[in-house]
Ligand binder design. Structure first.
Ligand SMILES: C[S@@+](CC[C@H](N)C(=O)[O-])C[C@H]1O[C@@H](n2cnc3c(N)ncnc32)[C@H](O)[C@@H]1O
Length: 376
């Protein structure tokens, strides 16, 4: 049997591996094109991004002039297991510090530095090679929670990155505490984290514009264990995996989130089950929300892909403590028992449930909403 400390090491290693997903440039471009005007004159900070490895750095450096950025700050992290050798994006041989010493790169302007008649990544490379002040070491490890990085955060207007999955709650909490604009990648299930849901409910965070279904490909370190379905190795031996349930999370506005969702179904009581422990109907697919129903409605979390705050009001989340907070009644003893004994599933008070043909049915996390524009 493994000792608890080696178990912990394994756990830490697994967690670290899960944190090393490198975003593809094409996914960054597809999302960022919705917000171009909002970056004009702004200080952008990528705080989980080794500039020699991150496509976020590459995107902002290459588009510095077009976006009319004021400044780009990028910091790397000492705990990152990747070395620049593996994922180097820029031709700046000898510039990347050896080992894992974290550092910061700040760019204030990118002009046609190498005088080749165009402004592109080669100018950024030129800058990195010729301006000694561009790259500087960090003293506190590059952790986004370190004082050194918090100072940079304070200076920033917009934070853009794919933060470590294992620290997503903490990461979002820090952005919110410092009242920052942000555009970050995460997993759709993060919606169910209490802290994240509160921001969504209060209209302080929403899903981004470009990803609403399917999976996305991310580059992973060379030693990543590839036994999962959907992995690929390219001609150069670089590894990629496809990840389901990816979404952008942001508080930058974009046009499409104000478009009205067209509903076509009418409310027929026999077609919509009511929850046993809360006064609301259950809807399994967002498009099946009845257009004429005036009461509370429980919808899947993917409803947020279509959420227009002018059309719907979010009441709460029907799971565990979040459910209890909004008045979802605890399990009746016999239903709790049934679920545990017969269905062999955990029964957590605060979860919305139904009784269908005498059987306890608990749908996957439901968001409770109300239609503000009921059409009779
Ligand atoms: C999901 S990866 C994304 C990397 C890069 N942003 C991208 O999208 O290509 C998250 C990165 O954050 C780093 N990281 C982990 N914990 C961190 C922390 N506490 N502070 C800053 N960076 C951290 C990881 O090592 C990893 O490189």
């Amino acid at each position: 049997m493994k000792s608890s400390s080696s178990n912990r090491n394994l756990h830490t290693a697994n967690r670290a591996k899960k944190d090393e997903f490198y975003t593809q440039l094409v996914d960054i471009e597809k999302e960022l094109k919705h917000y171009k005007d909002q970056f004009r004159g702004k200080v952008v900070y990528c705080n989980c991004d080794d500039p020699f490895e991150s496509n976020f750095f590459k995107y902002f450096a290459a588009n510095f002039k077009e976006l009319q950025l004021k400044k780009l700050i990028t910091t790397s992290y000492s705990g990152s297991p990747i070395t620049g050798k593996q994922l180097s994006l820029l031709d700046v041989e000898g510039l990347k510090p050896e080992g894992k010493e974290p550092f910061k790169i700040e760019i204030n302007k990118v002009s046609d530095l190498n005088s080749d008649g165009a402004i592109s990544l080669t100018d950024v490379e030129w800058l990195l090679k010729h301006d000694v002040n561009t790259a500087t070491p960090l003293k506190e490890g590059g952790d986004f929670r370190s004082q050194e990085c918090i100072q940079l955060l304070k200076e920033a207007d917009i934070v853009v990155t794919n933060p470590p999955f294992s620290l997503f709650r903490e990461y979002v909490a820090q952005l919110s505490e410092h009242n920052k604009k942000f555009l970050i990648i995460g997993n759709v299930n993060s919606i169910t984290y209490k802290e994240c849901f509160r921001l969504i409910k209060d209209n302080k965070m929403w899903l981004g514009a470009s990803i609403h279904s399917g999976d996305r490909e991310f580059r992973v370190p060379d030693d990543y264990p590839l036994n999962a379905a959907g992995y690929r190795v390219d001609d150069d031996g670089n590894k990629y995996i496809r990840v389901k349930g990816v979404r952008w999370f942001t508080n930058l506005d974009y046009e499409e989130r104000h478009e009205e969702l067209v509903l076509y179904k009418k409310y027929i009581p026999q077609e919509y089950q009511k929850f046993y422990n809360y006064d609301a109907i259950n809807v399994n697919k967002t498009l099946e929300i009845p257009k004429d129903y005036d009461g509370n409605i429980g919808v899947p979390i993917t409803f947020l892909d279509k959420y227009n705050p002018g059309q719907f009001e979010i009441i709460g989340l029907g799971i565990s403590n979040s459910g209890i907070e909004i008045g979802v009644k605890p399990y009746k003893a016999e239903h709790k028992k049934y679920r545990k004994e017969i269905q062999k599933r955990g029964a957590v008070d605060g979860d919305l449930y139904m009784i269908i043909n005498g059987i306890v049915d608990v749908p996957y996390a439901r968001i409770l909403i109300k239609n503000k524009k009921v059409k009779i």
